[in-house]
Design a protein around this ligand. Sequence first.
Ligand code: AMP
Length: 424
Amino acid sequence: MIDFKSLNLHASILEALEKKGYTSPTPIQAQAIPHLLENKDLLGIAQTGTGKTAAFSLPIINRLGSNKIKVKPARMRTLILTPTRELASQIDENIKSYSKGLKLSSTVIFGGVSPRPQIMAMSKGVDILVATPGRLLDLMGDGHILFEQLEVFVLDEADRMLDMGFIRDIKKVIAKLPKVRQTLLFSATMPNDIADLANSLLKEPVRVEVTPESTTVEKIDQKLCLVDRTNKPLLLKSILQDKTIQSVLVFTRTKHGANRVVKHLEDAGIGAAAIHGNKSQGARERALDLFKRGKIRALVATDIAARGIDISNITHVVNYDLPNDPKSYVHRIGRTARAGREGVAISFCDETELKLLKDIEKTIKMKIDVDTTQPYHGAEPHLAKKQPLRNPNEAKGNKPKHNQNRRRKPLNKKASGAAPRKSN
Ligand code: AMP
């Protein structure tokens, strides 16, 4: 197995990696870093959780640190564009920790907060700027950002950028960049529009593809709870009765849904907070901080808000609502089992979500096992096709129970590879 030392990185970067406890590069790091150190363009097909931040940050820091030059006001030597504020902050934090020894400067700019400190930081010029597109364009428009010293441009999470409607903003930024530069594009998926964008941006790129989504998915213990819609809060509370479940990321489809789940959990005395687009930047940061420090056990999020958040100790992901896009399922459950760890993903599926479940199972090319350790609130999908949900006893020919919403005892303590869990 290769180690970081064989990658020709500066001694102070190696020290920083050691401090972080990284012993060996992840596959994307091992594959991308040697090419990036030769200043090649790169097309990286990788999702968060693969170690892609270090894969691009380390060679950039190495490059800038080996050839220090004075950066003029409003300029930067590297621009990293990323879709969300959280991701931007995390990348900046990572960069600061890797580049400390080389004394490089970095800053982050994103919307939703006062632009003043960002303008101040840019007024001196920085080696590395991490930014989200909207605020970057605002500051560019006001003359606070100039690109003529730019050497490296990174477009991170390109597919997500497109999903979030940033394509025009990105193109406006790219139009202002110097033509001679090193360009890196990362995307978890490669639909045609991203392939076109990559073709127009990258010069003879090295293509690196890691962890096909199914591989990540295989490391996660995935379980399915078939549940009547009205019983979802009850089921979630019941799962969280197990105190060994320390940090759970709960996904809802809507912002209101996220708020409702938090209320249900708080009413049951379970510490929870929501992060979504209607929350202020301050509220999102506070919620994340409480969650990271273990002060609350549940963080409830919508897909966009949760994307890219780097919380390494999530043990469980709960899909309170199934996502409309099966790819989101893969992204969501990938929030547990980060960087080689194992994790558990529990998906709630009500009668209206059976089609979504089918699409997900098609995408991940496997059936998700029904978790028989949970109090049972629904029915098998194949029984529920065009009829109201029934309970499993009914399916076995037992006498139908009329109150489907009634809490039930677990049918069977043995789950599919799952740790035994208290059920009520
Ligand atoms: P990323 O895909 O960049 O969001 O990284 C996912 C997680 O892996 C983050 O928590 C990183 O801190 C961690 N990580 C990155 N590189 C390594 C490595 N070589 N060894 C162990 N953990 C790593």
